[in-house]
Design a protein around this ligand. Sequence first.
Ligand code: SF4
Length: 85
Amino acid sequence: MREDFEAISHTVYGAIRMAECEKLETCGFFKKYQKSHASACKTLIETYCMNKESSETCVRKKIFQETGSPPDDDIMPTGQTVDDV
Ligand code: SF4
């Protein structure tokens, strides 16, 4: 019974993780602002980071793909800097 629960939990957890951006654990913006109370950050994280499909349009991800380096932590998924909002 416990093994069944663990197997189901693992499957559900994996499905949830699939719905997020694959860079979530290494992304400087997410790590720095994931607990921010600023509404702009919360909205962007919900819109981009927690949605695999939307994350494909993230400017941070494009910068990383084009340069091979992570952008500054303060660059948001829209390409604006946090100080600009
Ligand atoms: S900011 Fe962009 S690259 Fe970083 S976790 Fe969110 S969607 Fe992914």
